[in-house]
Design a protein around this ligand. Structure first.
Ligand code: NAP
Length: 497
């Protein structure tokens, strides 16, 4: 239980999406986050509270790896095989494997030769560092990567180590955060239904729409106001206006570096020179300040990444930085085959593997169902609505899958499966709507948003279902209201509307 928040326990972990919209089911559980941007431990505790509240632990198989999920035609059931030798049978499967779950290590020559301690940021070894990082005192620690994870943990490492070396390939854009405790007066004034309203308002403002009120009012929601490229209607802006607005926003980010970082060389190296959404924006009030400390060295690799890792440490520009411990904050696999990332194969009707079916790109109907894979819902961001607030999308997809399952259980049919035609039409729509983003990705600096600069037709097919801010959710809702199950093939007793 907890996913991201179970695995990621690095020091400083927090969610940079506001907790009142990010943490689900607050009203249902009667819980109020303690801060505008909750820390990881609080979010993880909330995940467990949800599981307790809905009695999910009773049927959960914890510490269980799925090895394979195979469709059995004779019984219209999925057979789920696990590392414990289980063979579980399920009429429906819903796959919520996470978008970034498989830790990625850099392919740096010599990575296996380092004699000191290494670990990935999502597998933090507190046995080694101490709960409060006290065991790092007197140590030379290196961290590779400067994405959202590193931005949050670097200030803590700097405070705990004798010397910290931050190996940077590309600087992140780091905007203001301004975290604060939850205001009791504000809480007391909230009326039932406040969270859904706030989530909807945030979704509209961060996905290109406009609203009279900005309930969250933070750096995320201000981006839409500043960047016409983010607006669904583009507000009549020309390509020139869009480019200029983007440049102005990035100038603001770069000016903040100049204001905070004293050392001129470090400040120049920390300035991001790319379009705003080329990389995942970051927000932090202590990260840049860390580079003013005497015990912190920024080792900028000017976009090239570190040269080599040796027994003693990390080599950049021929200089060896000797280390006791090296931490990889190098992110997670993105854009590789879905089943490679889940760690198990999905084998559908006729023995067809999902990996083979998706060899040339993701194919879904409604970003959830795939032809050849009946009674299966693949919850992922591919071909589903754009959001920066992932629990919002999970809620939209889970509600939709639950509705279809309830319909089938109520006698609608034994098997429900995306029809080839409906799937093809959904794929075509996704591809057509991603034209502008695909073009922009081409001009961006490499990163996981554009498959390290190698985005191709397959990457484009796995895009979001771009559209108006809540269009994806609205399409699914309208489809449920219509109720004729158009786009799904229904088989078995009770089949047919
Ligand atoms: P990430 O954003 O993928 O960043 C990985 C970092 O490692 C980047 O700086 C990257 O450099 C660097 N890197 C990767 N391969 C490298 C190589 N071969 N040599 C040198 N450097 C290399 O990973 P993350 O920071 O762990 O974040 C993962 C996901 O979690 C992101 O989607 C992030 O938004 C999310 N996250 C969210 C929050 C939140 O508060 N909501 C907090 C943390 C993380 P380049 O930039 O040059 O590619």
């Amino acid at each position: 239980m907890g996913g991201t928040w179970y695995w990621n326990r690095y020091p400083g972990i927090a969610c940079d999406v506001e907790s009142f919209v990010y943490m689900p089911l607050l009203e249902e559980l009667g819980y109020m986050p303690t801060e505008k941007y909750a820390k990881g431990a609080e979010i993880f505790a909330h995940c467990r509270a949800i599981a307790e509240h809905y009695d999910l632990y009773r049927d959960a198989c914890l510490r269980t790896d799925v090895y394979e999920i195979r469709w059995e035609k004779a019984t219209s059931r999925w057979i789920i095989r696990t590392n414990h030798g289980d063979e579980m049978r399920a009429r429906f499967v819903s796959m919520a494997n996470g978008y970034q779950a498989k830790p990625k290590l850099p392919g740096v020559p010599g990575i296996g030769s380092f004699r000191g301690k290494t670990f990935h940021s999502s597998r933090w070894d507190y046995g080694y560092t101490g709960d409060k990082l006290e065991k790092l005192a007197g140590m030379r620690v290196g961290i590779i990567g400067t994405g959202a994870t590193a931005v949050q943990c670097v200030p803590h490492l700097a405070a705990a180590t004798e010397h910290l070396y931050v190996f940077q390939r590309t600087p992140s854009s780091v905007d203001v955060r301004v975290n604060r405790p939850t205001d009791a007066q504000w809480v007391n004034a909230l009326r039932p239904g406040w969270q859904r309203e706030r989530i909807q308002n945030f979704q509209i403002l961060t996905s290109g729409g406009q609203a009279e009120e900005d309930l969250v009012a933070d750096a995320w929601t201000s981006i839409t106001r500043k960047l016409p490229v983010m607006r669904h209607d583009r507000n009549g802006s020309s390509a020139h206006d869009i480019e200029l607005a983007d440049f102005a926003k990035m100038e603001e980010i770069r000016a903040r570096v100049d204001e905070i970082v004293a050392d001129r060389a470090a400040a120049e190296a920390l300035k991001p020179w790319y379009g705003y959404f080329c990389k995942r924006p970051c927000f932090h009030d202590e990260y840049l300040q860390t580079f003013n400390r005497d015990n912190v060295t920024l080792v900028d690799t000017r976009g090239r990444g570190v040269e080599r890792i040796t027994e003693a440490g990390v080599v950049v520009d021929g200089v060896t930085y000797e280390l006791d411990c090296l931490i990889f904050a190098t992110g997670f696999e993105v854009g590789t085959d879905y089943c490679r990332r889940t760690g198990f194969e999905l084998i559908g009707r006729g023995g067809v593997k999902l990996t083979d079916r998706w060899r040339d790109g993701v194919r879904t109907f409604q970003g959830l169902c795939a032809n050849g894979f009946p009674n299966c819902f693949i919850e992922s961001i591919a071909q589903a609505g754009l959001t920066v607030n992932f629990p919002y999308l999970l809620d939209v997809q889970a509600s939709h899958a639950a509705w279809i399952i309830a319909w089938a259980l109520a006698g609608g049919g034994t098997e429900v499966e995306a029809s080839p035609g409906a799937e093809a039409a959904w794929v075509d729509t996704v591809v057509a709507r991603s034209a502008a983003t695909a073009e922009r990705a081409r001009t961006c600096t490499p990163g996981y948003y554009n498959r390290e600069g190698k985005a191709d037709a397959k990457t484009r097919q796995g895009s979001f279902f771009f559209g108006a801010p809540t269009e994806y959710a609205d399409i699914l809702k309208a489809w449920r209201v219509k109720g004729d199950m158009e786009g799904l093939e229904i088989r078995g007793p009770g089949a047919g509307p």
